[in-house]
Design a protein around this ligand. Structure first.
Ligand SMILES: Nc1ncnc2c1ncn2[C@@H]1O[C@H](COP(=O)(O)OP(=O)(O)OP(=O)(O)O)[C@@H](O)[C@H]1O
Ligand SMILES: [Mg+2]
Length: 263
């Protein structure tokens, strides 16, 4: 069977540092993979490789059977890979709805010619976009949808994260990459987030998700399989149960803590 995503020996070096080092990782349709590891272990860099922000030094990325390496970021987005960022990347001065509409860009095909000579076509496209944007927001909560004309910067952190996920979903992704979605959330907000992720999985059938998280409760709840990185290398892979009793994993986390304590 062709995996939705398959990386082989994926590697990037920054000078002497291999931030991601020979990582093999697969995601299947409908599967949620948790990507964990101590700070600086290469998780975000792995996403940057998948989305074409960085070009690998070595290794391959196959997505739905096709090679993604060397494709520009916008083409990768168009193929159906969407992400959220560790640090919120909303346009804070734009409305909630506008932020979601921006996510649809990879699939909108009207251009300046249409804007001048085929106004009706462009208006239709915008109308359809607004309808879909509102639908996405209301899937998360009616309240969020009712704030769609509010400035995104005026929303609390947890809601901004939801808007970011909506923006990612607006591009109809087949693979969704979430970089620490629960960062800065209260336990109650984190609970809600887990619900949201479950709902996305149900609604968008077949969607593959990679979720980077420091909150192990989230990983335990939502990940079908967990991959652990340490210093750029994959050191373990398995169910949450399996990796949480893995010696190498415990050492990776504890070792760093000891080092930090000594520093
Ligand atoms: N553009 C870059 N140039 C040089 N080094 C980089 C670059 N991007 C990342 N790194 C380094 O690669 C390593 C992995 O960083 P990365 O941000 O991927 O870690 P992470 O696992 O996401 O950590 P965190 O949990 O803190 O978010 C770090 O040592 C980082 O300093
Ligand atoms: Mg990171």
């Amino acid at each position: 069977m062709v995996h939705l995503l398959e990386t082989e020996k994926l590697t990037i070096r920054f000078g002497g540092l291999a931030a991601v080092n020979e990582v093999d990782l697969t995601v299947d349709h409908g599967e949620t993979v948790g990507l964990i590891g101590p700070n600086g272990s290469g998780k975000t860099t792995f996403f940057n490789l998948l989305t074409g922000i960085y070009r690998p030094t070595e290794g391959s990325i196959r997505y739905a059977g096709e090679n993604l390496v060397a494709l520009p970021t916008f083409k990768i987005a168009k193929q159906g890979i969407a992400r959220t960022f560790q640090n919120n990347r909303l346009f804070l001065n734009l409305s909630v709805l506008d932020n979601v509409l921006i996510g649809m860009h990879p699939h909108q095909d009207s251009n300046w010619f249409d804007a001048i000579f085929r106004r009706r076509y462009v208006e239709k496209e915008i109308e359809k976009g607004v309808e879909k944007g509102l639908e996405l927001l209301s899937q998360f909560s009616e309240e969020l949808a009712s704030h769609c004309y509010q400035r995104a910067g005026d929303l609390p952190q947890a809601d901004r994260r939801k808007v970011e996920i909506c923006r990612a979903l607006a591009s109809n992704p087949k693979l969704l990459l979430l970089d620490e979605p629960s960062a800065g959330m209260s336990p109650a907000e984190t609970e809600e987030l887990m619900e949201d992720i479950r709902r996305v999985r149900q609604k968008v059938r077949g969607i593959g998700i990679i979720i980077i998280e420091h909150d192990m409760a989230v990983i335990r709840e939502v990940a079908d399989r967990v991959v652990v990185l340490n210093y750029g290398r994959k050191i373990a892979e398995g169910t949450f149960q399996e990796i949480s009793s893995n010696e190498l994993v415990l050492e990776a986390y504890l070792g760093r803590e000891e080092k930090n304590a000594q520093a």
